[in-house]
Design a protein around this ligand. Structure first.
Ligand code: NDP
Length: 330
């Protein structure tokens, strides 16, 4: 039984020196608990924040304790009447191959309803983030221009598609030619490769009628290039700022002037703000998925020992769509 511990807090980029794969104890079972075998692990940018000391909206990871996060697992032993051997469950689990869990701490998923991995993205955290951020804060109207940064990622690729469903003109920004092609296939009208193009001039060309909604996953220079194009009453959905997660003193943004002259709204959020409305979000996402209006991309890395590399790769853009790690066959 192996586990992955946080052994050092990173100053900048997370690397191998911060995580350690160790031998873990064989889990012991108590009443009301089950032992689960890890199948899929979701690695997410927010985990970088949890590696820092100090409270944010989630508790920091503890030193010399396992990292943890969204995962899918299979019940292999149970002393709870709520879980049977063979059940597939999802929840926040430690990065450990076999773990004893309280039955209430996980949710059962029905593999007959679709691939179990969807509970970790399109029908889970990143899908709900895209849905509520865009629909509740962005509120797209037909014909409006929506700019999406991080457009080929798990959240961004979903936002592109929902904005397209809403009848908006969609402009994506992503970091490679392959990603540009994918985002176009997902329905974006224009896609900018920020690694090879001048973002300001490319945006001005791609948004002749200005920008009504900016769904921001990245912050930094890319966002600085969007602000001058904001239309009157534009909405900025501040979902993420991955360009700054590994930086100690990121400068800017100098956004106030642009907010005033465009009467724009900027609103940050975390998906948990919408917990009560998850059923509504999931209903829309599953319906669009069934109707073929919504699709998803996954990048699946194989092997428990490769979880750290998959996580680090989020900050260098290795993934297209949702980055997952497959630990075991269901
Ligand atoms: P992604 O699947 O988008 O993976 C991260 C992507 O970010 C990379 O593939 C890379 O794509 C891009 N990226 C990495 N570093 C930089 C950089 N320095 N500048 C610009 N782009 C960069 O992750 P998620 O979809 O899970 O998350 C996207 C964002 O949404 C993150 O900021 C995350 O923190 C946030 N988030 C917020 C939630 C909330 O509740 N508010 C919930 C979930 C996510 P590329 O090759 O295009 O650069």
């Amino acid at each position: 039984n192996r586990e992955i511990l946080l052994v050092k807090r990173p100053d900048g980029e997370p690397t191998d020196e911060h995580l350690s794969i160790e031998e873990a104890a064989i889990p012991a079972l108590s009443d009301g608990e089950a032992i689960v075998r890890l199948l899929y692990v979701s690695v997410d940018p927010y985990m970088r924040g949890r590696m820092n000391e100090g409270k944010s909206y989630v508790e920091p990871f503890q030193l010399n304790q396992p990292m943890e996060g969204g995962a899918v697992a299979e019940v292999i032993e149970s002393q709870s009447d709520k879980l049977q051997v063979g059940d597939i469950v999802t929840g926040s689990l430690p990065w450990r191959e076999y773990t004893a869990i309280a039955a209430e701490s996980v949710r059962k998923i029905d593999p007959a309803l679709g691939p179990v991995t969807t509970s970790l993205h399109i029908l889970g955290m990143t899908g709900l983030t895209a849905y509520f951020g865009l629909m509740d804060i962005g509120r797209p109207q037909e014909g409006e221009t929506v700019v999406v940064s991080g457009a080929a990622g798990a959240v961004g690729s979903t936002v592109v598609q929902i904005a397209t469903i809403a009848g908006a003109r969609v402009v994506g920004i992503a970091g490679s030619e392959e990603k540009v092609q994918l985002v176009k296939q997902l329905g974006a009208d224009e896609v900018i490769n920020y690694q090879t193009e001048d973002v300001s001039s490319a945006l001005a060309e791609a948004c002749p009628n200005g920008v009504d909604i900016y769904f921001d996953n990245v912050g930094g220079d890319i966002s600085d290039a969007v602000y001058p194009l904001l239309n009157k009453f534009a909405r900025i959905v501040q979902c993420g700022a991955i360009s700054s997660y590994n930086k100690k003193d990121d400068q800017g943004p100098r956004i106030q002037h642009y907010l005033i002259k465009s009467s724009a709204l900027i609103k940050g959020f975390t998906v948990g703000d919408y917990r009560e409305r998850y059923p509504e979000g999931l209903q829309h996402l599953s319906k669009w998925l069934q109707e073929g209006k919504l699709t998803y991309e996954e990048t699946i890395t194989e092997g428990f020992e490769n979880i750290p590399q998959a996580f680090f790769g989020l900050f260098t853009g290795e993934n297209i769509g949702k980055q997952l790690v497959k630990v075991n066959e269901p």
